[in-house]
Design a protein around this ligand. Sequence first.
Ligand code: NAD
Ligand code: TYD
Length: 350
Amino acid sequence: MILVTGGAGFIGSNFILDWLAQHQEPVVNLDKLSYAGNLNNLANIKDDVRHHFVHGDINDRALVDQLLKQYQPRAVLHFAAESHVDRSIHGPAAFIETNVNGTFQLLEATRAYWQTLAAEEKSQFRFLHVSTDEVFGSLNANDPPFSETTAYAPNSPYSASKAASDHLVRAYHHTYGLPTLTTHCSNNYGPYHFPEKLIPLIISNARAGKDLPIYGDGSQVRDWLYVADHCTAIRRVLEAGTPGDTYNIGGWNEKTNLEVVHRICDLLDELQPKSNGSYRDQIRHVTDRPGHDKRYAIDARKLEKELGWKPQESFDSGIRKTVAWYLANDAWTEQVLSGEYKNWVALQYN
Ligand code: NAD
Ligand code: TYD
Protein backbone atom coordinates (compact mmCIF):
# COMPACT_ATOMS: atom_id res chain seq x y z
CA MET A 1 0.00 0.00 0.00
CA ILE A 2 1.18 3.51 -0.83
CA LEU A 3 -0.33 6.80 0.38
CA VAL A 4 -0.60 9.54 -2.25
CA THR A 5 -1.53 13.12 -1.33
CA GLY A 6 -3.13 15.35 -3.97
CA GLY A 7 -4.08 12.40 -6.16
CA ALA A 8 -7.12 14.18 -7.63
CA GLY A 9 -4.98 16.94 -9.16
CA PHE A 10 -3.26 16.97 -12.53
CA ILE A 11 -0.05 15.05 -11.85
CA GLY A 12 -1.33 13.03 -8.88
CA SER A 13 -4.25 11.61 -10.87
CA ASN A 14 -2.00 10.75 -13.82
CA PHE A 15 0.34 9.06 -11.36
CA ILE A 16 -2.41 6.95 -9.78
CA LEU A 17 -3.88 5.92 -13.15
CA ASP A 18 -0.39 4.91 -14.27
CA TRP A 19 0.42 3.14 -11.00
CA LEU A 20 -2.69 1.00 -11.06
CA ALA A 21 -2.10 0.14 -14.71
CA GLN A 22 1.34 -1.28 -13.77
CA HIS A 23 1.05 -2.53 -10.17
CA GLN A 24 -1.29 -4.57 -8.05
CA GLU A 25 -0.35 -2.53 -4.99
CA PRO A 26 -3.28 -0.44 -3.69
CA VAL A 27 -3.25 3.33 -3.26
CA VAL A 28 -4.80 5.52 -0.57
CA ASN A 29 -5.45 8.93 -2.10
CA LEU A 30 -5.82 11.83 0.35
CA ASP A 31 -7.05 14.97 -1.40
CA LYS A 32 -9.03 17.94 -0.12
CA LEU A 33 -10.57 18.58 -3.54
CA SER A 34 -9.56 22.23 -3.79
CA TYR A 35 -10.58 24.02 -7.01
CA ALA A 36 -7.79 22.01 -8.71
CA GLY A 37 -8.86 18.61 -7.39
CA ASN A 38 -11.28 16.73 -9.62
CA LEU A 39 -12.64 13.23 -9.13
CA ASN A 40 -13.50 13.12 -12.84
CA ASN A 41 -9.74 12.70 -13.40
CA LEU A 42 -10.12 9.31 -11.71
CA ALA A 43 -13.35 8.24 -13.42
CA ASN A 44 -11.55 5.36 -15.19
CA ILE A 45 -10.79 3.72 -11.81
CA LYS A 46 -13.96 4.58 -9.94
CA ASP A 47 -14.83 0.92 -9.39
CA ASP A 48 -11.25 -0.24 -8.79
CA VAL A 49 -10.99 -1.69 -5.28
CA ARG A 50 -7.26 -0.89 -5.22
CA HIS A 51 -8.02 2.85 -5.07
CA HIS A 52 -9.14 4.22 -1.69
CA PHE A 53 -10.13 7.85 -1.99
CA VAL A 54 -10.19 9.92 1.21
CA HIS A 55 -11.56 13.46 1.07
CA GLY A 56 -9.46 15.44 3.52
CA ASP A 57 -6.71 17.94 4.21
CA ILE A 58 -3.03 17.16 4.83
CA ASN A 59 -3.26 19.74 7.62
CA ASP A 60 -5.72 17.50 9.47
CA ARG A 61 -3.22 15.74 11.71
CA ALA A 62 -5.77 13.44 13.34
CA LEU A 63 -6.98 12.24 9.94
CA VAL A 64 -3.45 11.66 8.60
CA ASP A 65 -2.49 9.79 11.81
CA GLN A 66 -5.55 7.61 11.46
CA LEU A 67 -4.89 6.85 7.76
CA LEU A 68 -1.28 5.88 8.42
CA LYS A 69 -2.33 3.62 11.28
CA GLN A 70 -5.17 2.03 9.35
CA TYR A 71 -3.43 1.46 5.99
CA GLN A 72 0.22 1.03 7.12
CA PRO A 73 1.68 2.35 3.85
CA ARG A 74 5.25 1.49 2.83
CA ALA A 75 5.61 4.96 1.26
CA VAL A 76 4.05 8.42 1.24
CA LEU A 77 4.11 10.24 -2.11
CA HIS A 78 3.41 13.90 -1.51
CA PHE A 79 1.89 15.70 -4.51
CA ALA A 80 -0.69 17.87 -2.69
CA ALA A 81 0.02 21.57 -3.11
CA GLU A 82 -1.27 24.89 -4.26
CA SER A 83 0.49 24.92 -7.61
CA HIS A 84 -0.31 28.01 -9.70
CA VAL A 85 2.14 30.94 -9.69
CA ASP A 86 -0.48 33.53 -10.73
CA ARG A 87 -2.81 32.47 -7.90
CA SER A 88 0.11 32.75 -5.48
CA ILE A 89 0.55 36.38 -6.57
CA HIS A 90 -3.12 37.18 -5.89
CA GLY A 91 -3.38 35.16 -2.67
CA PRO A 92 -0.21 33.73 -1.13
CA ALA A 93 -1.78 32.65 2.19
CA ALA A 94 -3.21 29.38 0.83
CA PHE A 95 0.27 28.47 -0.43
CA ILE A 96 1.78 28.85 3.02
CA GLU A 97 -1.10 26.91 4.55
CA THR A 98 -0.87 23.87 2.28
CA ASN A 99 2.68 23.85 0.94
CA VAL A 100 4.47 24.82 4.14
CA ASN A 101 2.18 24.02 7.09
CA GLY A 102 0.58 21.06 5.32
CA THR A 103 3.95 19.51 4.44
CA PHE A 104 5.07 20.07 8.04
CA GLN A 105 1.97 18.31 9.42
CA LEU A 106 2.40 15.45 6.97
CA LEU A 107 6.06 15.07 7.92
CA GLU A 108 5.22 15.07 11.62
CA ALA A 109 2.52 12.43 11.18
CA THR A 110 4.79 10.35 8.96
CA ARG A 111 7.68 10.58 11.42
CA ALA A 112 5.48 9.41 14.29
CA TYR A 113 4.16 6.48 12.20
CA TRP A 114 7.59 5.57 10.81
CA GLN A 115 9.06 5.38 14.31
CA THR A 116 6.56 2.64 15.18
CA LEU A 117 7.70 0.38 12.30
CA ALA A 118 9.92 -2.66 12.77
CA ALA A 119 13.59 -2.20 11.75
CA GLU A 120 13.27 -3.74 8.26
CA GLU A 121 10.07 -1.82 7.36
CA LYS A 122 11.57 1.32 8.79
CA SER A 123 14.58 1.16 6.49
CA GLN A 124 12.45 0.27 3.45
CA PHE A 125 9.97 3.12 4.07
CA ARG A 126 10.10 6.21 1.78
CA PHE A 127 8.67 9.73 1.94
CA LEU A 128 8.79 11.06 -1.63
CA HIS A 129 8.31 14.81 -1.91
CA VAL A 130 7.27 16.11 -5.32
CA SER A 131 8.87 19.51 -5.78
CA THR A 132 9.55 21.82 -8.68
CA ASP A 133 12.45 23.35 -10.62
CA GLU A 134 11.00 26.77 -9.75
CA VAL A 135 12.75 26.69 -6.34
CA PHE A 136 16.01 27.41 -8.20
CA GLY A 137 14.76 30.75 -9.54
CA SER A 138 15.37 32.13 -13.00
CA LEU A 139 18.17 31.51 -15.52
CA ASN A 140 19.66 33.84 -18.10
CA ALA A 141 19.84 32.68 -21.70
CA ASN A 142 23.38 31.30 -21.50
CA ASP A 143 23.34 29.89 -17.95
CA PRO A 144 23.76 26.13 -17.53
CA PRO A 145 20.54 24.31 -16.58
CA PHE A 146 19.60 23.72 -12.93
CA SER A 147 21.44 20.78 -11.34
CA GLU A 148 20.75 19.17 -7.97
CA THR A 149 23.38 21.47 -6.42
CA THR A 150 22.09 24.77 -7.84
CA ALA A 151 21.43 27.22 -5.00
CA TYR A 152 17.82 27.92 -4.07
CA ALA A 153 16.54 31.32 -5.27
CA PRO A 154 12.71 31.18 -5.37
CA ASN A 155 11.05 34.28 -6.83
CA SER A 156 7.28 33.78 -6.43
CA PRO A 157 5.19 33.03 -3.35
CA TYR A 158 4.53 29.62 -4.96
CA SER A 159 8.19 28.73 -5.43
CA ALA A 160 9.11 30.18 -2.01
CA SER A 161 6.50 27.97 -0.35
CA LYS A 162 7.76 24.91 -2.24
CA ALA A 163 11.34 25.79 -1.27
CA ALA A 164 10.29 25.99 2.38
CA SER A 165 8.69 22.56 2.13
CA ASP A 166 11.85 21.15 0.52
CA HIS A 167 13.91 22.44 3.43
CA LEU A 168 11.59 20.78 5.93
CA VAL A 169 11.87 17.48 4.07
CA ARG A 170 15.65 17.77 4.01
CA ALA A 171 15.72 18.53 7.74
CA TYR A 172 13.54 15.51 8.57
CA HIS A 173 16.07 13.30 6.84
CA HIS A 174 19.10 14.86 8.48
CA THR A 175 17.63 15.26 11.94
CA TYR A 176 15.38 12.22 12.33
CA GLY A 177 16.71 9.89 9.64
CA LEU A 178 13.35 9.76 7.83
CA PRO A 179 14.10 8.12 4.44
CA THR A 180 13.09 11.01 2.19
CA LEU A 181 13.43 11.55 -1.56
CA THR A 182 12.83 14.91 -3.26
CA THR A 183 12.23 15.43 -6.97
CA HIS A 184 12.46 18.72 -8.87
CA CYS A 185 10.54 18.54 -12.10
CA SER A 186 10.12 21.04 -14.90
CA ASN A 187 6.75 22.17 -16.35
CA ASN A 188 4.41 19.25 -16.99
CA TYR A 189 1.67 19.01 -19.60
CA GLY A 190 -0.77 16.34 -20.72
CA PRO A 191 -4.25 14.98 -19.94
CA TYR A 192 -6.28 16.34 -16.98
CA HIS A 193 -4.25 19.57 -16.81
CA PHE A 194 -6.36 22.30 -15.21
CA PRO A 195 -6.96 25.03 -17.83
CA GLU A 196 -5.50 27.88 -15.75
CA LYS A 197 -1.99 26.77 -16.82
CA LEU A 198 -0.56 27.87 -20.16
CA ILE A 199 -1.00 24.78 -22.38
CA PRO A 200 -4.57 23.74 -21.48
CA LEU A 201 -5.65 27.40 -21.28
CA ILE A 202 -4.43 28.02 -24.83
CA ILE A 203 -6.12 24.87 -26.16
CA SER A 204 -9.42 25.67 -24.51
CA ASN A 205 -9.42 29.40 -25.35
CA ALA A 206 -8.43 28.71 -28.96
CA ARG A 207 -11.30 26.30 -29.45
CA ALA A 208 -13.75 28.71 -27.81
CA GLY A 209 -12.70 31.51 -30.18
CA LYS A 210 -11.23 33.53 -27.29
CA ASP A 211 -8.01 35.54 -27.03
CA LEU A 212 -4.79 33.60 -26.41
CA PRO A 213 -3.07 35.67 -23.70
CA ILE A 214 0.72 35.85 -23.86
CA TYR A 215 2.29 37.55 -20.85
CA GLY A 216 4.71 40.26 -22.03
CA ASP A 217 6.65 39.42 -25.19
CA GLY A 218 6.34 35.63 -24.80
CA SER A 219 10.12 35.11 -24.85
CA GLN A 220 10.19 33.35 -21.45
CA VAL A 221 11.52 29.81 -21.63
CA ARG A 222 10.17 26.70 -19.88
CA ASP A 223 11.43 23.10 -20.09
CA TRP A 224 8.36 20.96 -20.84
CA LEU A 225 7.91 17.33 -19.77
CA TYR A 226 4.97 15.11 -20.73
CA VAL A 227 3.22 14.09 -17.52
CA ALA A 228 3.53 10.33 -18.12
CA ASP A 229 7.32 10.76 -18.21
CA HIS A 230 7.18 12.55 -14.86
CA CYS A 231 5.16 9.63 -13.44
CA THR A 232 7.72 7.10 -14.69
CA ALA A 233 10.52 9.14 -13.14
CA ILE A 234 8.76 9.26 -9.77
CA ARG A 235 8.20 5.49 -9.82
CA ARG A 236 11.88 4.99 -10.59
CA VAL A 237 13.05 7.33 -7.81
CA LEU A 238 10.72 5.60 -5.35
CA GLU A 239 12.10 2.23 -6.38
CA ALA A 240 15.81 2.99 -6.49
CA GLY A 241 16.53 6.52 -5.21
CA THR A 242 18.98 7.00 -2.33
CA PRO A 243 17.28 8.26 0.85
CA GLY A 244 18.14 11.90 1.52
CA ASP A 245 18.92 12.57 -2.15
CA THR A 246 17.27 14.97 -4.56
CA TYR A 247 16.67 14.26 -8.26
CA ASN A 248 16.01 16.68 -11.10
CA ILE A 249 13.48 15.56 -13.71
CA GLY A 250 13.29 17.27 -17.09
CA GLY A 251 12.61 16.69 -20.74
CA TRP A 252 15.43 18.62 -22.44
CA ASN A 253 12.64 20.52 -24.18
CA GLU A 254 13.26 24.23 -23.72
CA LYS A 255 10.72 26.35 -25.58
CA THR A 256 9.67 29.98 -25.44
CA ASN A 257 6.03 30.56 -24.55
CA LEU A 258 5.44 31.93 -28.04
CA GLU A 259 6.88 28.75 -29.58
CA VAL A 260 4.55 26.64 -27.43
CA VAL A 261 1.49 28.69 -28.35
CA HIS A 262 2.39 28.66 -32.05
CA ARG A 263 2.80 24.88 -31.95
CA ILE A 264 -0.62 24.42 -30.34
CA CYS A 265 -2.24 26.75 -32.88
CA ASP A 266 -0.63 24.88 -35.75
CA LEU A 267 -1.80 21.51 -34.40
CA LEU A 268 -5.34 22.82 -34.02
CA ASP A 269 -5.18 24.25 -37.55
CA GLU A 270 -4.30 20.73 -38.69
CA LEU A 271 -6.67 18.70 -36.48
CA GLN A 272 -9.68 21.02 -36.20
CA PRO A 273 -9.29 23.82 -38.79
CA LYS A 274 -11.33 27.01 -38.44
CA SER A 275 -13.57 28.01 -41.32
CA ASN A 276 -11.33 31.01 -41.97
CA GLY A 277 -7.87 32.00 -40.74
CA SER A 278 -5.50 30.41 -38.26
CA TYR A 279 -5.78 30.02 -34.50
CA ARG A 280 -2.62 32.14 -34.40
CA ASP A 281 -4.86 35.16 -35.21
CA GLN A 282 -6.29 34.91 -31.66
CA ILE A 283 -2.90 35.56 -29.98
CA ARG A 284 -2.84 38.73 -27.83
CA HIS A 285 0.05 40.10 -25.78
CA VAL A 286 -1.16 41.09 -22.31
CA THR A 287 0.42 42.65 -19.21
CA ASP A 288 3.37 40.60 -17.99
CA ARG A 289 3.34 38.57 -14.76
CA PRO A 290 5.03 40.49 -11.91
CA GLY A 291 8.49 39.02 -11.22
CA HIS A 292 8.10 36.70 -14.23
CA ASP A 293 10.94 34.14 -14.23
CA LYS A 294 12.78 34.37 -17.55
CA ARG A 295 13.98 30.83 -18.05
CA TYR A 296 13.83 27.39 -16.43
CA ALA A 297 15.98 24.51 -17.67
CA ILE A 298 16.74 21.17 -16.03
CA ASP A 299 19.86 19.06 -16.07
CA ALA A 300 18.40 15.57 -15.54
CA ARG A 301 21.67 13.66 -16.00
CA LYS A 302 21.81 12.37 -12.41
CA LEU A 303 18.49 10.58 -12.82
CA GLU A 304 19.54 9.27 -16.22
CA LYS A 305 22.98 8.05 -15.10
CA GLU A 306 22.18 6.71 -11.63
CA LEU A 307 18.67 5.36 -12.16
CA GLY A 308 18.54 4.85 -15.93
CA TRP A 309 15.48 7.05 -16.52
CA LYS A 310 14.88 8.82 -19.82
CA PRO A 311 11.75 10.59 -21.11
CA GLN A 312 9.81 8.72 -23.78
CA GLU A 313 8.13 11.74 -25.37
CA SER A 314 9.66 14.61 -27.33
CA PHE A 315 7.80 17.92 -27.12
CA ASP A 316 6.37 17.31 -30.59
CA SER A 317 4.98 13.87 -29.75
CA GLY A 318 3.73 14.92 -26.30
CA ILE A 319 1.99 18.09 -27.41
CA ARG A 320 0.28 16.22 -30.25
CA LYS A 321 -1.03 13.64 -27.78
CA THR A 322 -2.14 16.42 -25.45
CA VAL A 323 -4.05 18.40 -28.07
CA ALA A 324 -5.67 15.16 -29.27
CA TRP A 325 -6.68 14.32 -25.68
CA TYR A 326 -8.40 17.69 -25.22
CA LEU A 327 -10.17 17.35 -28.57
CA ALA A 328 -11.50 13.95 -27.47
CA ASN A 329 -12.48 15.00 -23.93
CA ASP A 330 -14.76 18.01 -24.21
CA ALA A 331 -16.97 16.82 -21.35
CA TRP A 332 -14.02 16.92 -18.94
CA THR A 333 -13.09 20.47 -19.95
CA GLU A 334 -16.69 21.70 -19.89
CA GLN A 335 -17.17 20.43 -16.35
CA VAL A 336 -13.98 22.18 -15.20
CA LEU A 337 -14.79 25.44 -16.98
CA SER A 338 -18.23 25.67 -15.42
CA GLY A 339 -17.08 25.92 -11.81
CA GLU A 340 -14.91 28.23 -9.75
CA TYR A 341 -12.73 28.67 -12.84
CA LYS A 342 -14.94 31.51 -14.09
CA ASN A 343 -14.09 33.65 -11.05
CA TRP A 344 -10.40 33.05 -11.67
CA VAL A 345 -10.59 34.10 -15.33
CA ALA A 346 -12.44 37.29 -14.35
CA LEU A 347 -9.83 38.13 -11.71
CA GLN A 348 -6.74 37.37 -13.80
CA TYR A 349 -7.62 38.41 -17.33
CA ASN A 350 -10.11 41.30 -17.03
P1 NAD B 1 -2.73 20.58 -9.00
O1 NAD B 1 -2.95 21.97 -8.49
O2 NAD B 1 -3.31 20.17 -10.29
O3 NAD B 1 -3.23 19.52 -7.91
C1 NAD B 1 -3.00 19.68 -6.54
C2 NAD B 1 -3.90 18.69 -5.81
O4 NAD B 1 -3.64 18.82 -4.41
C3 NAD B 1 -5.40 18.96 -6.01
O5 NAD B 1 -6.07 17.74 -6.24
C4 NAD B 1 -5.83 19.56 -4.69
O6 NAD B 1 -7.19 19.30 -4.36
C5 NAD B 1 -4.88 18.88 -3.71
N1 NAD B 1 -4.68 19.67 -2.49
C6 NAD B 1 -4.40 21.00 -2.41
N2 NAD B 1 -4.28 21.36 -1.13
C7 NAD B 1 -4.48 20.23 -0.38
C8 NAD B 1 -4.48 19.97 1.01
N3 NAD B 1 -4.26 20.96 1.90
N4 NAD B 1 -4.71 18.71 1.43
C9 NAD B 1 -4.96 17.72 0.54
N5 NAD B 1 -4.99 17.92 -0.80
C10 NAD B 1 -4.74 19.17 -1.25
O7 NAD B 1 -1.15 20.41 -9.00
P2 NAD B 1 -0.23 19.53 -9.95
O8 NAD B 1 0.11 20.33 -11.16
O9 NAD B 1 -0.81 18.18 -10.09
O10 NAD B 1 1.10 19.45 -9.06
C11 NAD B 1 1.31 18.36 -8.15
C12 NAD B 1 2.64 18.56 -7.47
O11 NAD B 1 3.66 18.60 -8.44
C13 NAD B 1 2.73 19.87 -6.69
O12 NAD B 1 3.40 19.61 -5.48
C14 NAD B 1 3.54 20.78 -7.59
O13 NAD B 1 4.27 21.73 -6.83
C15 NAD B 1 4.45 19.78 -8.26
N6 NAD B 1 4.93 20.15 -9.61
C16 NAD B 1 4.04 20.53 -10.57
C17 NAD B 1 4.51 20.83 -11.85
C18 NAD B 1 3.57 21.23 -12.96
O14 NAD B 1 4.03 21.58 -14.05
N7 NAD B 1 2.26 21.14 -12.78
C19 NAD B 1 5.88 20.75 -12.13
C20 NAD B 1 6.76 20.34 -11.10
C21 NAD B 1 6.26 20.04 -9.86
P1 TYD C 1 2.23 28.33 -16.22
O1 TYD C 1 1.57 27.28 -17.02
O2 TYD C 1 1.40 29.16 -15.27
O3 TYD C 1 3.45 27.64 -15.46
P2 TYD C 1 4.69 28.32 -14.61
O4 TYD C 1 4.40 29.74 -14.34
O5 TYD C 1 4.67 27.49 -13.38
O6 TYD C 1 5.90 28.11 -15.46
O7 TYD C 1 2.94 29.34 -17.22
C1 TYD C 1 3.90 28.88 -18.16
C2 TYD C 1 4.46 30.09 -18.87
O8 TYD C 1 3.42 30.69 -19.65
C3 TYD C 1 4.92 31.18 -17.90
O9 TYD C 1 6.09 31.80 -18.45
C4 TYD C 1 3.77 32.17 -17.88
C5 TYD C 1 3.18 32.05 -19.27
N1 TYD C 1 1.72 32.30 -19.38
C6 TYD C 1 1.24 33.19 -20.34
O10 TYD C 1 2.01 33.79 -21.11
N2 TYD C 1 -0.11 33.39 -20.42
C7 TYD C 1 -1.00 32.77 -19.59
O11 TYD C 1 -2.23 33.02 -19.69
C8 TYD C 1 -0.49 31.82 -18.62
C9 TYD C 1 -1.42 31.10 -17.69
C10 TYD C 1 0.88 31.62 -18.56
